[in-house]
Design a protein around this ligand. Structure first.
Ligand code: NAI
Length: 318
């Protein structure tokens, strides 16, 4: 009997990598024609595994997959999968934690530098026919400034190394980071969240979106920060209360924000935050490079095959 794998959705141009991996693994592979619950439940009846990109995998869907043994999220964040529901049904959930740390860290610095140096604003003014260097007058000097990392896991640590090369002092708030880890990477450990927010010049988020971390940056947190502060979010949109951020940016309570992720993706039309001059937004692209996507797709497929054949994923998250 051959195992069946259902891919719930994709953003990739084709399914050649998945098809060839599952063919070599002697498994049947199918890309679902739709990513809504009804379509996935219908096409998932025989599925032994789900391979998921962005489709929400809710408790309702999980209850309707009688054969499913493993759900692999092709990516690092797995907030679109209902972990509790999967665990209740004895379904293993795994992610691919190790394919794009460099890309996301590079993108984080690219956003911070572009926002601070006003690269997009200056470029736009040139295209609009103006040659006005003064637009860049109040850019911060990065050397000597403090970058605050909220979350010091794989990506946060890579960001710290890059920031140090620009002369920034790095402070990290991560209550779960192993003792000595931050110090090993020349990151000063912050233990008081409010004090951390008040002390930093730039904030960069590198923590997962969970019920506990949703809106960790809201009106109250923004109110603790310096009005000159810049915020970069390459993690998940739901970590920041977007209406609160809009209000803080609009009133000058916060100087600027660069976001690779939004609460609602794709947004319904042009996101409201794009009305403001002090924002910079990219369409959840931090993980992408000419190398990272093939690596991700191969690793995600291998994780499905490994779990179905050997019974255990390499990177189980539940
Ligand atoms: P990781 O699991 O290595 O690190 C996450 C860190 O967050 C851990 O050290 C953990 O202790 C910490 N953390 C958890 N709860 C916290 C809290 N309440 N306060 C402070 N720290 C907390 O994950 P990694 O690889 O560094 O990725 C971070 C996030 O980046 C992922 O969760 C994912 O959502 C996002 N991501 C975004 C991508 C993009 O294309 N924009 C691509 C890849 C990941």
């Amino acid at each position: 009997m051959k195992y069946n794998v259902l891919m719930t959705d994709t953003i990739f141009p084709d399914t050649a990598i998945e098809e060839s991996s599952f063919d070599q693994g002697n498994m049947e592979f199918q890309l679902s024609p739709g990513s809504d619950v009804e379509t996935l439940a219908e096409h998932g009846q025989a599925a032994d595994a789900l391979l998921v990109v962005y489709a929400p995998v809710s408790a309702d869907l999980i209850e309707r997959l009688p054969n499913c043994k493993v759900i692999v999220r092709a990516g690092i964040g797995y907030n679109n999968v209902d972990l509790d529901a999967a665990t209740r049904r004895g379904i293993k959930v795994a992610n691919v934690p190790d394919y794009c740390q460099d890309e996301v860290a590079d993108h984080t610095l690219a956003l911070l530098l572009a926002l601070g140096r006003k690269v997009c604003l200056l470029d736009e003014s040139i295209r609009a026919g103006s040659w006005n260097a003064n637009l860049g007058r109040d850019a911060p000097r990065f050397r000597g400034k403090t970058l605050g990392l909220l979350g010091c896991g794989a990506i946060g640590l890579e960001v710290a190394h890059r920031a140090a090369a620009f002369g920034m002092h790095v402070v990290g708030f991560d209550p779960y980071a192993a003792s000595g880890l931050l110090e090993e990477h020349n990151i000063e450990r912050a233990v008081d969240f409010d004090g951390f927010l008040a002390s930093i010049d730039f904030l960069s988020l590198h923590l997962p979106l969970t019920a506990d971390t949703r809106y960790i940056i809201d009106h109250t947190a923004l109110g603790k920060m310096k009005s000159s502060a810049l915020i970069v979010n390459t993690s998940r949109g739901g970590l920041i209360q977007e209406d609160d951020l809009y209000a803080a940016l609009n009133s000058g309570e916060i100087a600027g924000a660069a976001l690779d992720v939004l609460e609602c993706e794709p947004p319904d039309g042009i996101p409201k935050l794009a009305d403001l001059e002090n924002t910079l937004i990219t369409p959840h692209t931090a993980f992408l490079s000419e190398n990272s996507v093939d690596e991700l797709r191969k690793k995600a497929s291998m994780e499905v095959i490994r779990t179905l054949k050997e019974g255990r994923p390499k990177h189980q998250v539940n």
